[in-house]
Design a protein around this ligand. Sequence first.
Ligand code: NAD
Length: 312
Amino acid sequence: MTRVVVTGGAGFLGSHLCERLLDDGCEVLALDNLVTGNPENVDHLLTRDGFRLVKYDVTNFVHVVGPVDAVLHFASPASPIDYLRLPIETLKVGSAGTLHALGLARAKSARFLLASTSETYGDPQVHPQPESYWGHVNPVGPRGVYDEAKRYAEALTTAYRTYHGVDTAIVRIFNTFGPRMRPNDGRAIPTFIRQALAEEPLTVAGDGSQTRSVCYVDDLVEGIVRLLRSDHPGPMNIGNPGEMSVLDLAKLVVEVTGSTSAVEFIERPQDDPTVRQPDITLAREVLGWEPAVPVEEGLARTVDWFRTRGGS
Ligand code: NAD
């Protein structure tokens, strides 16, 4: 695999993926309209051989000159703050964006990998969530714009595989954290770190008993690259099965930052999932993958980055 197109390549996950693929010797073309991404995420890659960032909205027809071996479709607003601010754009990139990214893969006979999400399980009634679980999603609730866009994207990807013979893969990504998250993107970890570094109270939604399973970005990227290099179609969960309550996560951030911040309880958003934990049996069996970075260690690396680059 030598030439790879990454949509959403200037985002949090996309930028880490571009970097890893370059390290592996690939040529990487990142397509990003920068709606939630930041070119600074890939500034350090611009001088490297084989890397290009092109500002482009992939809800339009995607044409690339020359051969392409793989298309990784990561373009989409991903944090609740972003997709609630950009609801139509989120539905468009999940539908038209996925259609055009699949069209590129078909035209180039390339492997296609869709960045799907644990949100396809909604507020799950099965716990932990195996890939065979169909989910519990409110299509007309506020989160529907993201969850249903991804569910549609999965259906479209599957149809291209079935009817056009495209070599596809679907990864269902669970909450991931690490350097290059935006301090104000509204997700729990960057919010807690920003608040802890500013010695402000950490705002925990509800009573904080709802659970999350958080995966350090390097582990996620390793799992995605292994899936890309396999011939498995997925859907495959990639995430850290180590589940903890949001309140415990807040306390851990206070500990890792050495902050004196207290915890403040705020209203819980509508349709906020109560539990979330990946069943990673499939990834273990097929890819021999499981997370290697303990949450405390990942948090320490992320806090270091926020201290030096992300501001507080
Ligand atoms: P992000 O917002 O940092 O990155 C998304 C990127 O896509 C941004 O750079 C944005 O500018 C770009 N983009 C959006 N619409 C576009 C369009 N129409 N054309 C071109 N570029 C466009 O988010 P992220 O956390 O890096 O998420 C990346 C992908 O992974 C998303 O598809 C998301 O749904 C998925 N995902 C992420 C997580 C997570 O924990 N971070 C969890 C599950 C799934």
